[in-house]
Design a protein around this ligand. Structure first.
Ligand code: FAD
Length: 420
């Protein structure tokens, strides 16, 4: 009898404690506006949701993007994707590239290396896939999260206790935190930190990417490229008889920043003197309706947060495509930001400074190492091109492939465990 009473009293206490905890949890629940459904945005939304918060995603595009350029994906990004349960989906959509092949004007390989040893060194956790497929898989994992396509954050008023956000459809809404996950040219960064240009460091290159259907030359699972001083053209055979083309060139070959309407003309002019398959590729530019064209830049901000607005991914600290790991960095920042918000139990200011303190050194080191790779894509001179080819052939020697290259792909950062 006594034992029964005790048990009942204990269970009443437990359920009261659970009620209090639930109430506390509800009180601490944060409503977070996230601008951008790319890589960082959905990753943050997923983890915030896991911790019981209410993320709301906004994306200026009318729907999830498809196609686009191909990315290599490994390391921390892969680990976070695993924790989110999306790796099986990524494996369905990925390519396991086998070779990097640099060819001369006659299409003969002058330098090359197999990707297999590298993949083995990373225990198979190295894949290539369309950035759009990664973004889609991350968004699909956000079941139950409110997402708005064709809507952007266009104003942030931080004069009150909670930021008041103005949306492009005219609505105004209050949030506990506003996050810019809106890429290299982040509008949220501009809204909160002012003039954008002062934070952007040009790396002196421009990049264009597009897809061609039924391109006649295919080398399956091989990244084939032809480089002359200051410019490179590369192609990768994709599924469904598509080919992705990537063009990289030194920005000094441009006369000012071209408008969208001028971009194809600029590519024809800049690459017009190249041989190999370049004339054939340029002749098909008119068919392209989703040309990606941008300058290659990094973002360096004195701080990633301003009041209750913060940034992540390319918006905060873009390392550029030269780093080859922008998606992994974006996902790591999202994972850590959500974790620190969870750990800080409602103290947003503390969470934002812990988020930045944990990651800034690591991200800065990635930005620095990206700078060394500019000569790989667009070498300055014939001599620099020769040096690059020798370097690639050296990396093809198993010892270097296994140790140096694989080591350079490892991340010097351990993901914290934030519990659930
Ligand atoms: C050619 C190329 C090759 C690359 N190769 C690799 C690679 O091999 N490996 C790798 O890891 N990374 C690679 N990267 C880098 C990688 O793509 C980025 O670092 C990564 O996508 C950053 O993720 P993010 O979510 O911060 O930004 P993004 O992926 O750019 O997403 C930002 C999102 O915000 C949206 N947005 C923009 N403006 C607004 C607005 N006003 N309102 C609402 N939404 C908005 C955009 O439409 C987009 O959906 C490459 C990049 C390029 C350009």
């Amino acid at each position: 009898m006594t034992r029964c009473l005790v048990r009942r009293r204990v269970s009443t206490q437990i359920s009261r404690a659970a009620r209090v905890e639930r109430r506390l949890h509800t009180d601490l629940q944060m409503k977070v506006a996230i601008n951008g459904i790319g890589v960082a945005g959905p990753t943050l939304a997923y983890w915030l949701r896991q911790y019981g918060h209410e993320p709301v995603l906004f994306e200026k595009a009318p729907r999830l993007r498809t196609s686009g350029y191909l990315i290599d994906f490994w390391g921390l990004g892969y680990e976070i994707a695993d924790r989110m349960g999306v790796v099986p989906t990524l494996l369905e959509r990925c390519y396991r590239m086998e070779r990097l092949s640099m060819v001369n004007a006659r299409g003969q390989e002058v330098a090359g290396m197999d990707v297999g040893p590298l993949r083995r060194e990373l225990r198979g956790r190295f894949i290539s896939l369309a950035r759009a497929d990664l973004a889609a898989a991350l968004f699909e994992a956000c079941a139950g999260v409110e997402g708005h396509f064709g809507v952007s954050i266009v104003g942030i008023d931080q004069t009150g206790e909670r930021p008041l956000v103005t949306l492009s459809d005219g609505r105004r809404e209050q949030f506990d935190l506003v996050v810019g996950a809106d890429g290299l040219h982040s509008p949220v960064r501009e809204l909160s930190f002012g003039i954008d240009k002062q934070f952007e460091t040009s790396l002196g290159c421009h990049v264009a990417a597009f897809r061609l259907p039924a391109y006649p030359k295919r080398n399956e699972l091989t990244y084939v490229s032809h480089t002359v001083p200051k410019k490179q053209v590369a192609r990768v055979a994709l599924r469904d008889d598509e080919t992705m083309v990537l063009l990289i060139f030194r920005s000094e070959l441009l006369e000012g920043e071209p408008s969208r309407d001028q971009q194809k003309g600029v590519l024809r002019r800049v690459f017009g003197d190249m041989t190999w398959e370049v004339p054939e590729i340029l002749a098909r530019l008119d068919e392209v309706d989703d040309l990606y064209f941008d300058r290659v830049s990094q973002i360096h901000l004195p701080t990633w947060s301003f009041g209750r607005t913060t940034l992540l991914g390319d918006a905060a600290a873009c390392a550029s495509l030269l780093a080859g790991e922008g998606t992994g960095l974006a996902m790591t920042e999202a994972y850590v930001l959500a974790g620190e918000l969870h750990r800080a139990g409602g103290d947003v200011a503390h969470a934002l400074s812990a988020y930045e303190a944990r990651l800034r050194g690591f991200v800065t080191s990635k930005q620095k190492s990206a700078l060394r790779l500019r000569g790989f894509f667009a070498p300055e001179s014939r001599f620099a091109l020769k040096v690059r080819d020798v370097a690639v052939n050296t990396m093809a020697i198993p010892f270097f492939a296994n140790h140096l290259v694989a080591r350079s792909l490892r991340d010097d950062f351990e993901l914290p465990d934030y519990g659930s």
